[in-house]
Design a protein around this ligand. Structure first.
Ligand code: ADP
Length: 163
């Protein structure tokens, strides 16, 4: 049986932290389905089409990775896709409480879908999409954290109408 992992998130925008987790997951799972959630409650900067397209571009060439959009309950989506586990990235301790809550709720909803936590490389341990957006909005240097084309899209989006 093929082991399929589902990696959900907002990816607003995709960063090297996400890519690090994807690459690590691909060493463990036969296939990884990256699931982009609309998450309107997070008021994303990029719409879902933009986020999916950035993830596609950032992961071009990675084998056994499928990119999907999903809405609704994550465990239902994972089940439909034949996923055996949800993949989440764990950064600093601050992620732990929230992630544990979600993982235990998902287990309650469907005991067959496990959650697997993966740690990124140390240089990405404090990297979040929110931080990247905040720094970029003030013109700070973020080239070590996102691919060049994401940097360009961030500038276009954040500085629209500004010189
Ligand atoms: P969400 O809205 O689900 O938190 P994100 O796009 O912020 O979506 O993150 C998706 C997943 O990727 C989460 O599990 C998050 O912890 C993980 N992640 C984000 N950035 C990093 C990073 N720098 N290192 C490791 N994992 C990360």
């Amino acid at each position: 049986m093929k082991k399929i992992g589902v990696y959900p998130g907002t990816f607003d925008p995709v960063t090297y932290g996400h890519i690090d987790i994807i690459k690590r997951s691909l060493k463990i799972f036969d296939k990884v389905i990256l699931a982009v959630a609309p998450n309107p409650q997070k008021a994303p900067l990029f719409n879902i089409v933009e986020r999916v397209s950035m993830v596609q571009e950032a992961t071009r060439g990675l084998k056994n990775l499928q990119i999907e959009q999903f809405d609704g309950l994550l465990v239902d989506f994972a089940k439909r896709q034949g996923g055996i586990a949800v993949i989440r990235g764990l950064r600093a301790v601050s992620d732990f409480e929230y992630e544990l809550q979600i993982a235990l709720m998902n287990r309650k909803l469907d005991a067959e879908v496990e959650t697997v936590f993966m740690m990124p490389s140390q240089e990405y341990i404090y990297l979040t999409s929110s931080l990247v957006k905040a720094v970029a909005s003030y013109g700070g240097e973020i080239k070590d954290f996102v691919p060049d084309f994401v940097l360009k899209k961030l500038k276009e989006k954040l500085w629209k109408g500004h010189p």
